[in-house]
Design a protein. Structure first.
Ligand SMILES: [Zn+2]
Ligand SMILES: [Zn+2]
Length: 198
């Protein structure tokens, strides 16, 4: 479990904390919770969840032997930088959670339980951190930047690497054949039509 950054609570009031005294008294009992709100500190190399967006937890709390089992889904919009074209990338992260919360349990494998209160914030935090993409793509099949001229190949076509510079047609390339997909042999240019060019 990653420690929740100190600043993370600033935004959160107590909305992620739920009273569970009644649940704890009745093993086997379940309770549905749906909580959403802004969340701070959700950032990894490559992507983040904005503090102005809403993170949502939809979960069932189940009273199990001495603790609460939290099962459900965390959803949040994320944004980042495409690893290929460096433009904005984004999407909706969705993470399944299934975590046991017990008082005084092993911090490596369980989350805590504070008396009759269950703080769901660390669970939501960890689920988002694990689900955020480290090297996002703006879309499947992003063409990325041209390694030679830096053009964004999703929005413009450059001629780097697309023109094989055939030995038999160097002039066609020099004359701008590339802009017309000049990969192959070009017909000889028509004779000047005689239209004055200026
Ligand atoms: Zn991209
Ligand atoms: Zn290029």
């Amino acid at each position: 479990m990653t420690p929740v950054p100190a600043g993370a609570r600033r935004l959160h009031d107590n909305r992620w904390t739920v009273p569970v005294a009644a649940l704890l008294r009745e093993p086997g009992a379940r309770r549905q919770v749906r909580i959403s709100g802004p969340f701070a500190g959700l950032s990894v190399t490559g992507s983040r969840v904005s503090e102005t967006d809403e993170v949502e937890l939809d979960a069932v709390l189940e009273s199990v032997h001495g603790g609460i089992l939290v099962s459900g889904t965390v959803r949040a919009p994320w944004a980042g930088e495409c690893r290929r074209c460096l433009e904005l990338a984004g999407g909706l992260l969705e993470a399944e959670v299934r975590e046991l919360c017990v008082a005084g349990g092993d911090a490596e494998t369980t989350y805590g339980l504070q008396g009759d209160e269950l703080d769901l914030l660390p669970i939501v935090h960890d689920a988002c951190i694990l689900a955020l993409p480290l090297a996002p793509l703006c879309r499947e099949g992003c063409l990325g930047l041209c390694p030679e001229c830096g053009a964004n190949r999703n929005v413009e076509r450059c001629s780097c690497g697309t023109v094989p510079v055939p030995r038999w047609a160097p002039l066609a390339v020099l004359e701008g054949g590339a802009s017309q997909g000049g990969r192959g042999r070009r017909d000889p240019a028509p004779p000047s039509s005689g239209v004055p060019s200026g």
